[in-house]
Design a protein. Structure first.
Length: 332
């Protein structure tokens, strides 16, 4: 009897120990999730990336990761591209923010290779709560296990306006790419009719190839000026300022902080203007439509049209005139 009781005691102790270990593992997992959630809230996530709650990998080589380029300016809720061009194949990449715990691991997909030169592209998505300058850390591991020294890139936060509805355009290099939005009542928001100080387009980047390096555009509409109905989002390569390189672009639309499910197209949506792409002027390509219902503002939808009309700047007028000449050239 004593033997049976002792055996039962040991079994109970073993069960207790097992439950205790499981709880500790859950705590570790929850801690890692909390670190990731905080990182994503304050900074960004990485498309197809995995977050690791550990110290950043140490380099074991003297050489530095080669030819890393990215937009060193960022908007809340926007996107960004990291491009790595190298003669050595990489197995994975590490992306972090200096001084912040954890980092992202990205295993390359759709690698472009030409004549022994590899091009890798990593997509970052900034949080809608992103509000600070930071130092981006980019590193990687070669196929043979070697880890070169990482690169540090200062990223400056650029203030942009926000509303219940936000549409953000990001593109990968210094071209004049324009964001367009058509509202349910047919109002066209773009560089030539930006809206007002209450809503509309708050950045026209690289206008007329006058390069500002922002490579982001943003349309915002606060709750009081949101209409129920169908919205259409468009993009145009107004001017191909450097025809020797291709340009990647991405657009993301959010309503009340959440990514909108589109009725046509994709959200986020991405595309590429190839090397030598022709300038399009004002001829925007529709890339998605979405519906907003029950915004609660049906009685107030005239508010946006009671505001003063936007007065185009000299640069806006110049761009519009050039676009008209482009259209004439195409007809002839």
């Amino acid at each position: 009897m004593k033997t049976k009781l002792f055996t039962l005691f040991l079994l109970m102790m073993g069960m207790t120990f097992f439950v205790s270990c499981s709880k500790d593992d859950d705590d570790d997992d929850n801690g890692g999730s909390q670190v990731q959630n905080q990182f994503e809230k304050n900074y960004f996530s990485v498309d197809d990336g995995t977050f690791v709650n550990e110290d950043y990998p140490e380099s074991n080589l003297n050489d530095v990761i080669s030819d890393v380029s990215t937009n060193n300016q960022a908007l809340s809720g926007g996107m960004n591209y990291i491009t790595i061009i190298t003669e050595r194949a990489y197995k994975k990449f590490f992306i972090a923010v200096q001084g912040q715990p954890g980092y992202w691991v990205y295993y390359p997909k759709n690698v472009y290779s030409d004549g022994g030169v590899y091009t890798y592209i990593i997509v970052l998505r900034y949080s809608v709560d992103y509000r600070s300058n930071c130092i981006l850390i980019v590193g990687g591991e070669y196929e043979d296990g070697g880890i070169p020294r990482y690169d540090k890139i200062p990223v400056n936060y650029v203030t942009s306006k926000s509303g219940d509805l936000n549409i953000n355009l990001t593109f990968s290099n210094e071209k004049d790419v324009d964001l367009h939005l058509w509202t349910p009542s047919g109002r066209h928001i773009w560089y030539y009719n930006r809206g007002s100080s209450y809503y509309g387009l708050d950045h026209d980047s690289n206008a007329g190839c006058d390069i500002d390096g922002l490579n982001n555009e943003n349309i915002y509409i606060p709750s009081d000026y949101i209409e129920d109905g169908t919205y259409t989002v468009g993009v145009a390569l107004y001017a191909n300022c450097d025809r020797s390189i291709s340009t990647r672009w991405s657009i993301v639309a959010r309503y009340k902080g959440d990514i909108i499910r589109p009725s046509s197209g994709k959200n986020p949506v991405s595309g590429v203007y190839p090397v030598g792409a022709y300038s399009e002027g004002d001829e925007a390509m529709g890339v998605m439509t979405f519906e907003i219902k029950n915004s609660g503002n049906s009685a107030n939808r005239v508010k946006a049209y009671m505001l003063p009309e936007y007065v185009p700047t000299d640069m806006d007028e110049m761009k519009h005139e050039e676009s008209e000449w482009m259209k004439l050239d195409k007809r002839h």
